[in-house]
Design a protein around this ligand. Structure first.
Ligand code: PEP
Length: 253
């Protein structure tokens, strides 16, 4: 028996004002019933973390996550936010390796390793994102790229540390494009990711890690994706900005 959780995480990216963030969080929590078993992670911009945390505070199985953290714990890094700051506002998850961080901020494997170490030191679960570009898929390099992205980072962690991870498979060509991976493509890659985790650690570690799908997942396609045996939930961008859509995704298991 695996201990995998069903998880839906909403990455709000750089959207909303404080007032809008509060309303959205209230609309989401009001629609989800108390006994819902799905782990729900709301990932707002940094300035709204505390407000969203307060809004979800009495709601079971709701958590807040951050979109990034720095590689250091404190110091002269103007404009940056550390994992221990995130912990101090009640943050329990952090996105690491998102394709937008890779593409626009040129973050590399070495950054992800340091950031994940900082997150773990502060009891924050890393949601480590991996995914291939359209060019890499079209040239049949997607399995190779995913293997490299996973191996470079995971080999730096122990089994115990890795047990705190969530993985997110996010094909870059599907993020914000409206073009979703088919359920067959998602299942194929999620099963492959589990095989790589088996190679790095072992099969029981692989069976227990939650792997989320991300990339234009929405209220219409979530159910089919979540039916795949190796898809444990979704990392949702655009569709997490509308309460009705996000809640429909939560109810899609
Ligand atoms: C994301 O940015 O993680 C994401 C999955 O975005 P979208 O759902 O908008 O494709």
């Amino acid at each position: 028996m695996s201990s995998r959780k069903k998880i839906v995480a909403g990455n709000w990216k750089m959207n909303k004002s404080l007032q809008e963030a509060k309303i959205l969080a209230e609309q989401i929590t009001n629609q989800v019933n108390e006994f819902d078993e799905v782990t729900k992670i709301i990932i707002p911009p940094f300035p709204f973390l505390e407000t969203v945390k307060q809004t979800i505070s009495n709601k079971p199985n709701f958590y807040i996550g951050a979109q990034n953290c720095h590689t250091n714990s404190s110091g002269a890094f103007t404009g940056e936010v550390s994992a221990n700051m995130l912990h101090s506002v009640g943050c329990e998850y952090v996105l690491i390796g998102h394709s937008e961080r890779r593409q626009y901020f040129k973050e590399k494997d070495a950054d992800f390793i340091l950031k994940i170490k900082e997150a773990l030191k502060n009891n924050i679960h890393p949601i480590f994102c991996i995914g291939e570009t359209i060019h890499e898929r079209k040239t049949d390099n997607h399995f190779k790229v995913i293997t490299e992205q996973l191996t470079a980072v995971l080999k730096e962690f122990s089994v115990e540390e890795f047990s705190k991870f969530i993985l997110a498979y996010e094909p870059v060509w599907a993020i914000g494009t409206g073009e979703t991976a088919t359920s067959a493509q998602a299942q194929e890659m999620h099963a492959f990711i589990r095989s790589i985790v088996t190679d790095i650690f072992d099969s029981s570690v692989a069976a227990n890690v939650s792997i989320l799908y991300g990339g234009s997942c929405n209220a219409q396609n979530a159910q089919e994706l979540f039916r795949c045996p190796d898809v444990d939930g979704g990392l949702i961008g655009g569709a997490s900005l509308k309460a009705d859509d996000f809640c429909k995704i939560i109810f899609s298991f």
